[in-house]
Write a protein that binds this ligand. Structure first.
Ligand SMILES: [Zn+2]
Ligand SMILES: [Zn+2]
Length: 572
């Protein structure tokens, strides 16, 4: 990449004239940031950058990483904010805190050298994106969302990659120490399960649990029972004493069987929503938590039966709401007036945002029944993230295929989301740039064929409403009719792909095959007919390919826990 040497200049001088400077006692993040800077500059420029500390005499051309005696931290910078600042002979790369410094180095490598982190197996240099940074140029920005979690396989499992696309939660301890920490929960979600353990209490105290049709069931706690409040508070405090994080979640279990005892029901009626009794309960727990942990925020869900705002109760100042969009249609933007499911959600988010200025959202970006089936939400990602940003949402979790390598352009989604988390208000041109940049870097020279496939999916499903639990049947018949054309697009993309890109094309193709096989399943073929034999052969081939990629058929079903014959049928 020697040709880059002439392009990449800092304030008129070739970048190779510069040395990297850190403080004499840098933080572990500053050290790691400087190491990353050196690593990716060396690779890009076929160079060997020197890294010195600031006890050395000031040189003529220096790149400062973090805070040094050459330049203090800009006191205006906030947490996670980056500042890249060029003057004659000096480039300063620094953040408002350690994590900001790490992000500032990545931003420099991306914007001026052309590095991209598209997937855990794809860090690539896009030399056409490299450019000079001029004296007097200052770049300052910070992520719009304070909590960023694109829950896709690589973006969940691989902490190093995760931090490269600036996700800031659930990162392995070693990487966390080197990248400025993370924003985490003590107890992530559905925590009543362990804050009021069924094993410990249900037999002796069934009245602690939900009354459903005259019978107590351990589905949810009875929130009007004062003993339940005492136990949950005690266990929440113990959880925090053992493992204190930014948030603790005091949240309903993952079912809809909430308590309908006389007392609970009366409060539900008064509040007009079961979120009322939940919030009264969580507010009380939060009051106790505040006394010992004034800096911890208490989170609860607005999910399924608690999604609507209660009439009376409001979250306490240390209580946060995580609003969940599980019932929505993910084919159309949230604000689409033709889309009923989304209109109902809009009412709820409007209501919550009228009383809360710090909402987190749990959003859904996959199909949990068919992990590898295409979920063409490419066009709504930006629309919805922007919509959230306009409604007081400051934390985003976008749940995709996180527990098995996913097909369906997963890496595309996590990459685009990572960009939107920083800037939900980006222009059309910028959004288009990131899409093209990704497709070209990840799928190779035949990227236009993948783009065409995306367009066909969008074109042929424009009038369909997709939830995050759905089948191809009833939704993808028109896509099926164009399957020969689609598979040809993949063949062409495959031919032009190089190295690992070939795997990426094959993996993306599985989503189309999944659609094809699901629709084929609805056809009647005579027993023993060649069509039937062919369908079985196609299913086995699909199954084997999924398995070779470690792709799970659906959220709760790994490949190993069932016999293969059932799975071949079950996963389609
Ligand atoms: Zn009750
Ligand atoms: Zn819809």
């Amino acid at each position: 990449m020697k040709e880059l040497t002439s392009t990449v200049r800092i304030s008129g001088r070739p970048i190779t004239d510069y040395v990297i400077v850190t403080a004499s006692s840098p933080t572990s993040t500053e050290t790691y940031s400087a190491e990353n800077l050196k690593k990716y500059l060396d690779l890009a420029l076929d160079a060997d950058f020197a890294v010195i500390n600031d006890t050395q005499p000031k040189g003529e051309y220096e790149i400062l990483v973090g805070v040094t005696n050459r330049r203090p931290r800009n006191p205006e910078l906030q947490s996670e904010e980056i500042e890249i600042c060029a003057t004659t002979g000096q480039l300063s790369i620094c953040g408002g805190d350690d994590r900001g410094t790490f992000y500032a180095v990545l931003a420099f490598l991306e914007s001026y050298i052309g590095w991209r982190w598209f997937g855990a197996d794809t860090e690539v240099l896009r030399p056409q994106a490299a450019r000079e940074i001029f004296a007097g140029e200052v770049v300052r920005r910070k992520p719009f969302f304070e909590y960023r979690n694109a829950m896709f396989f690589d973006a969940t499992r691989n902490s190093e990659f995760k931090t490269k696309i600036s996700m800031n939660t659930s990162i392995s301890e070693d990487i966390k120490a080197k990248t400025g920490g993370s924003v985490d929960y003590s107890g992530f979600v559905h925590t009543f399960t362990y804050l009021l353990p069924e094993k410990e209490y249900f037999e002796t105290h069934p009245e602690y649990y939900a009354l459903r049709d005259g019978v107590r069931k351990p589905t949810q706690p009875c929130l009007s029972n004062p003993d339940v409040l005492e136990i949950v508070t005690k266990n929440a405090l113990e959880t925090l004493r053992k493992n204190k994080q930014a948030f603790i979640s005091i949240s309903q279990n993952d079912n809809q069987a909430y308590c309908q005892c006389e007392k609970c029901r009366a409060i539900d009626e008064e509040e007009g929503s079961p979120s009322g009794i939940l919030l009264r309960f969580v507010n009380k727990v939060a009051e106790a938590i505040e006394k010992e942990f004034p800096d911890v925020l208490v989170d609860t869900l607005a999910y399924q039966y608690t999604r609507a705002l209660p009439k009376i109760t409001r979250p306490r100042h240390n209580v946060m709401i995580r609003l969940c969009s599980i019932e929505c249609c993910f084919r159309h933007p949230l604000y689409d007036e033709q889309c009923e499911a989304n209109q109902r959600f809009c009412k709820d988010i409007n209501d919550w945002s009228s009383i809360c200025d710090r909402i987190y959202v749990w959003d859904y970006c996959t199909n949990f029944c068919h992990y590898s089936m295409a979920q063409p939400n490419y066009n709504i990602l930006r629309e919805n993230i922007k919509y959230y940003a306009q409604h007081n949402v400051v934390g985003m979790l976008s749940q995709g295929n996180y527990n098995g390598k996913g097909a369906d352009l997963n890496e595309f989604k996590s990459y685009i989301l990572s960009k939107l988390y920083w800037n939900p208000f980006m222009s059309d041109a910028e959004y288009e740039y990131h899409i093209t940049d990704f497709l070209e870097g990840f799928y190779g020279k035949g990227w236009r064929y993948i783009r065409k496939y995306m367009d066909i999916l969008l074109e042929e499903t424009a009038d369909k409403h997709f939830g995050c639990f759905c089948s191809a049947v009833g939704n993808y018949e028109r896509v099926y009719d164009r399957m020969d054309e689609i598979l040809e697009l993949f063949d062409k993309a495959y031919e032009l792909a190089e190295g690992i890109q070939k795997d990426h094309v094959k993996l993306a193709r599985l989503s189309a095959i999944n659609i094809k096989l699901q629709i084929l399943n609805t056809k009647e073929f005579a027993e023993g007919s060649p069509e039937k034999a062919d369908r079985i052969a196609q299913k086995v081939a699909y199954y084997d390919e999924c398995k070779s990629f470690g792709l799970r058929p659906m959220e709760w079903r790994p490949f190993s826990d069932d016999n293969e014959e059932n799975l071949v049928n079950g996963c389609l």
